[in-house]
Design a protein around this ligand. Structure first.
Ligand code: CO
Length: 208
C-alpha cells in the first residue's frame, strides 16, 4: 500500500460523502451518540465498521491483540468506562475471529518478550477450560474453540467491571460475544448467556 494513495483515497471519500450530503462532516462534527461499544482484534483483516456495515458515529471501537479485556489494562478499562458512563452505550460486543495470531501464539511454547504478559491472559483462558480443550484432538478445532472461549472469558471480564454492573441495574446494558469467521466473512453470535453469567459471577465479583 502506497502511503500517498491513502490521501488520494481520503479525498475521493470526502468528495463522495459530500456529493450525497453536503452537511455530512458538519453533522459528524456535532458529536457522537454510538449505541455499541465494539472490542475486537487489531488483525488487519477484521475491520470493525466494515464487517458490521455501520457508519461513522455508530460504534465506539477498541481493538488490541486478541480482543482482550485484562483488568489491569488502563486502555481497555478507560474505553469501557467512557463508553458506558459518558456515551451511555446499551450494548458491548467482544468480537474474536478464527485464525487469530494472538490466540495461536498463546498455544505455543515460545518466549515472545513483551508479548508474554499479554498472551498469558489467553493461556489463563486455556487453563480454565483445559479439560474441554485437551479433549479436542483436531488442532484446528481446538484452536477455533479457544478463540470462542477467549471471547466468552473476555465478556466475563467486561461484566466484572463496576461500570457495566451499574449500567445493567440502571438501563439493562447487554454484553455480546461474537466470532468473525474469516473463511466465510460471517459474524457468528456465540449467544453468550449474559443473565446467567452475571448471576454466576456476582457472588464473587459484585461491585455495586
Ligand atoms: Co486476532
Amino acid at each position: 500500500m502506497d502511503i500517498q494513495q491513502i490521501f488520494k483515497n481520503n479525498k475521493a471519500w470526502v468528495d463522495q460523502k459530500l456529493s450525497t450530503d453536503k452537511d455530512y462532516f458538519e453533522n459528524l462534527a456535532k458529536g457522537q451518540t454510538p449505541n455499541i461499544l465494539y472490542i475486537g482484534c487489531s488483525d488487519s483483516r477484521v475491520t470493525a465498521e466494515e464487517l458490521m456495515g455501520v457508519s461513522p458515529g455508530d460504534a465506539f471501537v477498541h481493538r488490541n491483540i486478541a480482543n482482550m479485556v485484562p483488568n489491569t489494562d488502563l486502555s481497555s478499562m478507560s474505553v469501557i468506562d467512557y463508553a458506558v458512563m459518558h456515551l451511555k452505550v446499551n450494548h458491548i460486543v467482544v468480537c474474536g475471529h478464527y485464525y487469530c495470531g494472538g490466540v495461536k501464539a498463546a498455544m505455543q511454547s515460545a518466549d515472545l518478550g513483551i508479548l508474554n504478559p499479554w498472551l498469558r491472559n489467553i493461556r489463563d483462558v486455556y487453563r480454565i477450560h483445559r479439560d474441554e480443550l485437551n479433549a479436542i484432538e483436531d488442532e484446528d478445532a481446538k484452536y477455533k474453540r479457544l478463540v470462542e472461549l477467549n471471547v466468552q472469558e473476555q465478556c466475563i471480564n467486561v461484566i466484572k467491571t463496576a461500570e457495566v454492573q451499574q449500567a445493567y441495574i440502571d438501563r439493562g446494558i447487554r454484553v455480546h460475544g461474537w466470532v468473525f469467521d474469516i473463511h466465510s466473512g460471517k459474524l457468528i453470535d456465540l449467544n453468550i448467556d449474559f443473565e446467567s453469567i452475571l448471576k454466576g459471577i456476582m457472588e464473587i465479583y459484585r461491585l455495586t
